[in-house]
Design a binder for this molecule. Structure first.
Ligand code: ES4
Ligand code: ZN
Length: 319
């Protein structure tokens, strides 16, 4: 039995398995430039974050209707439940859909239909986090938040994702201030490919409560001390880091050292359809490669609930 856990770093568009991509393409009368799912899967060899993002945005074209988003989220929730996930905080990238003419309401309503029934169907509670694309403009981010205003009942927080290098958090100060005014929780990807200085900016300029990835924090001992003292969670994604070459091999991943430094780290799956595994797959692979003890695995699971946006009463039920 997989250990009960919360998934805190999961892009719903990154759960699009090749088979579902072909099903949705056919349903929407679209052609994919691959013969079949097997040929598509063979393309999942990435040099870096950008080479992954190119395919990630390309395949999203099959997501067009409310039902597509419901089917995507439903497939994810079933898989997550089977991997011991009791609570999932799910990122989505509305700008990537708005740019293709898919309205915010289609995306949110489609996802919400699957999420709303997940406690009953799968024993999984959820939160939805709207991500801004950091390789789009701050003005586009502000327009996106404005477009989300009618749907804020379904949205718990905002995040920042896509190509990190050269796109520092500070560009998004104003839209994060507006999100805070609207009562939204704040997280951001930082220190995946970008420097430790971007982790500092995310904390100081954007006011985030969690850092997604945060790997390169380890290059800055004073920052590590600050993250430990303030108990700022880092949502680490081991298989993603190997596939996108942020680390050479899993056995060289800093996860164990981060845990032992007292950082509140969690293990997550990022884009599981692309990176070779869901929540339990990531936890088991990391535990095996890094020879984590059962106590460390339990600590990672406990951290995942502590770092979640569940309130304490809900947290007890989920655990
Ligand atoms: C992402 Cl692995 C990763 N990093 C940054 N942005 C992303 N969006 C989807 N997956
Ligand atoms: Zn991510």
């Amino acid at each position: 039995m997989p250990i009960p856990k919360a998934e805190l770093h999961l892009h719903i568009e990154g759960t699009l398995e090749p088979e579902l991509a072909f099903t949705l393409a056919a349903r929407n009368g679209l052609a994919l430039p691959y013969a079949d799912a097997e040929e598509l899967r063979a393309r999942y060899r990435f040099q870096d974050l950008q080479s992954f993002l190119d395919l990630y945005y390309e395949l999203m074209a099959v997501l067009r209707t409310e039902e597509d988003f419901t089917d995507l989220a439903e497939a994810y929730l079933a898989r997550a439940a089977a991997q011991g996930v009791r609570h999932a905080e799910i990122f989505f990238d509305p700008q990537a859909h708005l740019a293709r003419g898919v309205p915010m309401g289609t995306v949110v309503a489609g996802l919400a239909r699957a999420l709303d029934r997940a406690p009953e169907r799968h024993g999984v509670t959820t939160r939805l986090i709207l991500c801004f694309l950091r390789d789009a403009s701050p003005e586009s981010a502000a327009e996106t938040l404005a477009a989300a205003r009618p749907y804020l009942d379904h949205i718990t927080g905002v995040g920042l994702d896509s190509a990190e290098a050269g796109n520092p958090p500070s560009l998004f100060r104003a839209v994060y201030e507006e999100a805070a005014r609207l009562g939204l929780r704040r997280v951001a990807h930082a220190g995946e490919e970008g420097p430790a200085a971007y982790v500092r900016e995310a904390l100081d300029v954007l006011g985030v409560e969690r850092i997604d990835h945060g790997l390169r924090s380890v290059e800055d001992p004073a920052l590590v001390e600050r993250l430990v003292r303030a108990r700022v969670p880092l949502t680490v994604c081991p298989l993603s880091n190997v596939r996108l070459r942020a680390v050479d091999v899993l056995s060289a991943h800093p996860l164990r050292a981060m845990l032992e430094a007292g950082l509140v780290v969690t293990v997550n799956s990022d884009d599981p359809a692309y990176f070779g595994g869901y929540a339990e797959d990531n936890l088991r692979a990391a535990a095996d490669a890094l020879r984590l003890g059962e106590d460390q695995v339990r600590l990672l699971a406990r951290n995942s609930f502590e770092a979640s946006f569940l309130d304490d009463a809900e947290d007890l039920r989920a655990a």
